[in-house]
Design a protein around this ligand. Structure first.
Ligand SMILES: [Zn+2]
Length: 381
């Protein structure tokens, strides 16, 4: 797999660039992507507010800030996507490198977005950070999602809102996971409901905190008030949660979430949550509800998450800092895939006692499981 493109990178299309602000001094780059889903314009307003303030007052101290629109065609018509979800299908190869690409609206969007990100990365004189701003169809408090590499986790923890672990095992091929594998410290931020003005405020607060965390700005009042806003939104919520269940929606199954549910609502096992043509759908376990689906497009009906104990976060950080992942391949029934050195193949019949939780602790995530064979891959740090 080639990580750099042989094509000369074009200057990003002006209509895709919301802002490009460079400070007088060199430094890190923060790339803010928004509207990867075309029906989520809140991030666009948030980025415009921040860049307006920075441009007016020359508060950018070092480095470069980019604001990029994800799905321009879907944004123009206010739909999540035209042909396919642009926040899926970020596979192992570089967009545009396969001959089969550029058949749908999103194929060309994907190539352009990645080219713009690569362009920003090549221009950078320091480390590159990426935040991907989203909103949800249902109501709910802000939270962050990332591929659980330590650097990304650290970046996410700058925001005082719940972090979601393990979502990447359910959402195949997101932009942030792809970008993380290519060396960008990346997180996605969910700000709240699509049309709620509070979502714009939450996403704006997140951008200020990210700017400060990357040291592009000094301590400003916006950073302090942004922190207070997000902290207030997260009051009473766990610091970290883990995905325990996902309800998959298939096109035409008539899935309908019952009214009134919001992200981080507590649910009990057996509680009626939704219905489709075939049956009533109950909560498969106790926990918190995440991202109940209240729009037509989307493959995820809802997720159930449970809180993660703080000791787990500490332990996993220590084990990874000690590079304990190297011992994983020595375990009986576990072997490294020679074609993909980051992947482990676990024979469950032999390695019965190797739990996925242990592999999570060592920094691996599940790719797939079938016929007693579990495949996991290492999260990049
Ligand atoms: Zn989204």
């Amino acid at each position: 797999v080639s990580t750099s493109t042989s094509r000369r990178l074009p200057e990003p299309n002006a209509s895709r660039v919301i802002a490009r602000l460079a400070a007088p001094s060199p430094g890190p780059t923060l790339i803010c992507v928004t509207a990867l889903h075309g029906n989520e314009p809140a991030g666009l307003t948030a980025i415009r507010r921040v860049t307006q303030r920075l441009a007016d007052s020359k508060l950018l101290r070092r480095g470069t800030l980019w604001g990029l629109i994800g799905n321009q065609q879907a944004l123009a018509v206010g739909r999540r996507f035209i042909d396919r979800d642009l926040n899926r299908g970020w596979g192992r190869s570089t967009p545009g490198s396969s001959a089969a690409s550029a058949h749908s609206a999103e194929d060309s969007e994907q190539v352009e977005v990645w080219d713009a990100i690569e362009f920003a990365k090549h221009q950078s004189t320091g480390p590159v950070f990426l935040i991907d701003l989203h909103t949800t169809s249902g109501r709910g408090k802000p939270f962050t999602v990332f591929a659980d590499a330590l650097a990304c986790r650290q970046f996410a923890l700058v925001l005082p809102c719940p972090i979601i672990l393990g979502l990447e095992e359910h959402l195949e091929g997101t932009l942030i996971e792809y970008a993380t594998r290519r060396g960008l410290v990346s997180i996605a931020i969910e700000g709240g409901q699509h049309t709620d003005p509070g979502s714009v405020n939450a996403l704006e607060a997140s951008v200020w905190l990210a700017l400060r965390s990357c040291r592009l700005i000094d301590r400003l009042s916006e950073v302090a008030s942004g922190y207070t806003l997000l902290e207030r939104e997260a009051a009473g919520l766990p610091r970290a949660v883990e995905v325990r269940a996902r309800h998959a929606v298939t096109p035409g199954d008539g899935f309908r979430m019952h009214q009134g549910f919001a992200t981080f609502d507590r649910v009990r096992i057996g509680q009626l949550l939704a219905a489709d043509r075939a049956r009533e759908i109950q909560a498969p376990r106790d926990g918190y509800l995440l991202m109940p689906l209240y729009q037509e497009q989307g493959d995820d009906g809802f997720f159930i998450v449970t809180s993660v104990r703080r000791i787990w976060l500490v332990l996993s950080r220590l084990l990874r800092a000690a590079r304990a992942d190297r011992i994983a391949a020595w375990l009986p029934g576990v072997r490294r895939d020679p074609d993909h050195p980051d992947d482990l193949v676990v024979d469950r019949a032999v390695a019965r006692w190797v739990a996925l939780e242990l592999l999570h602790l060592l920094g691996y995530r599940k790719l797939c499981e079938a016929n007693n064979i579990l495949r996991v891959t290492k999260q990049h740090d």
